[in-house]
Design a protein. Structure first.
Length: 115
C-alpha cells in the first residue's frame, strides 16, 4: 500500500498529502495508479466523484460524463469499484451503469447495465 487515508485526506508514500472536498469512500490501487472514490453528499448532485492519481500523488484524471442506462435520475454518483477477472477497472454508480475504465487515462472502454 502506497498511501494512508484519513477521512478526506490521502497521504502518499513520498509524504505528499492531499485534502479532498468530501470523505474518501474507497481507494483501489492498480499498478502505479491510485483510484479514489469519494462520498457524494446527499444534498447536491456530484457524479464526478472518482479521481486517479499516481502513487506519488500526481493528478491523472477525474471521471467525466458517462451515458447512463437508467435515465430516470440525474443523481448518479459512483458507489464502488473493482478489478474484474479480466484485470479491468470497473466503476459502479447508483443508476445501474457499470463503467470499464482505462486506469491510466480515465478513458471509458465500455459500459454495461447492472440490473
Amino acid at each position: 500500500m502506497n498511501y494512508i487515508i484519513k477521512i478526506n485526506n490521502i497521504t502518499f508514500h513520498n509524504g505528499y498529502s492531499l485534502d479532498l472536498e468530501f470523505p474518501i469512500k474507497e481507494v483501489l490501487q492498480i499498478n502505479s495508479v491510485v483510484i479514489v472514490l469519494i462520498e457524494s453528499p446527499f444534498e447536491i448532485i456530484y457524479n464526478s466523484n472518482v479521481f486517479a492519481f499516481s502513487v506519488t500523488g500526481n493528478f491523472l484524471w477525474r471521471i467525466g460524463h458517462v451515458k447512463l442506462y437508467d435515465k430516470s435520475s440525474t443523481d448518479c454518483p459512483y458507489v464502488g469499484s473493482i478489478v474484474n477477472n479480466d484485470s479491468e477497472l470497473v466503476l459502479f454508480n447508483w443508476c445501474d451503469t457499470a463503467v470499464v475504465i482505462n486506469p491510466l487515462t480515465g478513458e471509458v472502454i465500455r459500459t454495461y447495465q447492472t440490473k
